[in-house]
Design a binder for this molecule. Structure first.
Ligand code: ADP
Ligand code: MG
Ligand code: ZN
Length: 471
């Protein structure tokens, strides 16, 4: 039998605030275990929460990036469950009144709807040591601010799911609210997946695969589930509604627990945290912090600047790169050559020497380097060499070119003398050119360039030769 695949994602993203959501402890990946904890985030009885305002602001920015409606009223609830990653036995989350609702993100022209985004606290991390037969708890992650992005079941393939997750990661990273490093767990994805007979309106029973930590495993887990569920349905049996875990080593999913329902969590409003109210003005101020997003930049690069899509994508791999490129072409608008100098030469340097979050030269200096070639002041080979010095030493391209004797002097007298000689030596070619046979220009140009040697740039020779031939 043929089936339609139905997928909804729940994406957890850690907000990159300095401190945790309800206390002043720092949040930092990779710190010594249990070193970033206080009475609050280690769930001591009686400790009271104090909401981190910046976390709410970041959640609003995330919502705006994902085309959501921002709710001026939202509130926190307690989600009760008992598990050692959360010793107070409830997680503070937003159940009844989430901060954002009704958004979408377009993936290859298709709108994937977002049901809601809510804010919550992350739980601690349990490390199950099979050798010693114990579980160890690290509460550094406890109380890190999270958003959970919940989609509608609009996704229909493994590829679409991982692309959606990747787009979310890109947007959050550009907006600066989450570093979205799946390998560090700052972005994690749960996949809900079910099958239904092709064309059927009714949704099938779903399995939920928890905590996938790479785009590749999102795809692999979905592919495995499609196979597993279709085999069950083909046998005329029913898929169990359950939570499953993906094993990266063998590409399979295994049951973890039966699916809990909302009532299992006994949600109720948290009495310790007042509701969150945003005014129109506050929301307007926050909206100003949303930068141009990758998709918008891509459209500008390809439609207005005429860059090939592949080049546009390369410039967009980091917001830093795209910002730098944008600044540079604002100063000198040779879009294509700036892009190719960036992609070919600068990326090669980054590859060889690394990039630590900053270049030693400014966008204005980069723009100047592009213009120097256009103005015939340097050769292409010199441009490449100069960029190398800029990258490692951070000086102005003009100073580097002068110091290293890379400026083409453009000895106009020598150019004019050479042109006069070439015209005198080649009367026939000159005649042909004047009668409209333009292809002889290349020949005359070559003759002149040979006489001039390195003392003038091709563009200057060309300019004077055209002038002389018109006389
Ligand atoms: P819960 O919070 O209990 O996991 P939700 O109803 O909030 O349940 O749904 C969670 C996710 O599962 C959403 O992304 C939703 O789109 C998706 N989903 C719901 N029903 C199905 C289904 N039958 N098949 C696939 N995905 C589904
Ligand atoms: Mg769920
Ligand atoms: Zn704390």
């Amino acid at each position: 039998m043929k089936y339609d695949v139905v997928i909804g994602l729940e994406i957890h993203a850690e907000l990159s605030t300095q401190s945790k959501i309800f206390c002043g402890c720092a949040q930092q990946f990779g710190a010594e275990t249990n070193s970033l904890c206080c009475a609050g985030c280690s769930s001591f009885p009686g400790a009271l929460p104090l909401l981190n305002k910046r976390a709410m602001e970041y959640a609003v920015i995330a919502g705006l990036c994902l085309n959501c409606k921002i709710n001026s009223y939202s509130a926190f609830d307690r989600k009760n469950y008992f598990y050692p990653d959360l010793p107070k036995a409830y997680q503070v989350s937003q159940f009844f009144y989430p901060i954002c609702s009704d958004g979408y993100l377009e993936v290859k022209g298709k709108k994937i709807r977002i049901n809601r985004i809510h804010v919550e606290e992350d739980a601690g991390k349990l490390i199950h040591d099979e050798y010693l037969g114990v579980s160890l708890a690290d509460y550094n992650r406890g109380g890190v601010p999270l958003i959970e992005i919940v989609t509608e079941p609009d996704i229909t393939s493994a590829e679409e799911a991982s692309e959606f997750a990747e787009m979310v990661a890109y947007n959050l990273r550009y907006a600066g609210v989450c570093d979205a490093k799946m390998e560090e767990g700052s972005l994690r994805c749960d996949v809900n997946i079910s099958l239904k007979p092709q064309g059927s309106k009714e949704l099938g029973v779903r399995a939920e695969i928890k905590n996938l930590n790479s785009f590749k495993s999102i795809e692999r887990a979905i592919e495995y589930e499609i196979k597993r569920q279709s085999e069950i349905l083909d046998r005329g049996e029913k898929v169990k509604q359950e939570t499953r875990r993906f094993n990266d080593n063998n590409g399979r999913t295994i049951p973890m627990r039966s699916k809990e329902e909302a009532e299992d969590y006994r949600y109720f409003p948290d009495p310790d945290i007042p509701a969150i109210l945003f005014t129109e003005e506050q929301l307007k101020e926050i909206a100003k912090k949303v930068p141009l997003l990758p998709q918008q930049r891509f459209d500008i690069y390809t439609n207005q600047y005429g860059l090939p899509p592949a080049d546009a994508k390369l410039l967009l791999t980091k917001k830093d790169y795209s910002d730098f490129y944008n600044e540079s072409v604002k100063i000198y608008n040779n879009y294509k050559d700036t892009a190719s100098l960036f992609i070919v030469e600068l990326f090669r340097l980054i590859n060889d020497y690394g990039y630590d979050g900053e270049f030693k030269f400014t966008p204005a200096q980069f723009a100047k380097l592009v213009k120097m070639l256009d103005d015939g002041k340097i050769t292409k080979a010199a441009q490449k060499a100069i960029l190398g010095y800029m990258f490692n030493e951070g000086k102005d391209p003009e100073d580097i070119a002068k110091e290293r004797g890379l400026i083409i002097e453009n000895d106009i007298e020598a150019v004019q003398k050479a042109i006069a000689e070439v015209i005198a030596e080649n009367p026939k070619a000159v005649e042909q050119y004047k009668s409209g046979i333009e292809k002889v220009f290349g020949f005359l140009m070559g003759q002149t360039a040979r006489k001039v040697g390195k003392s003038a740039s091709p563009s200057i020779i060309r300019e004077y030769l055209i002038k002389a031939l018109q006389d």
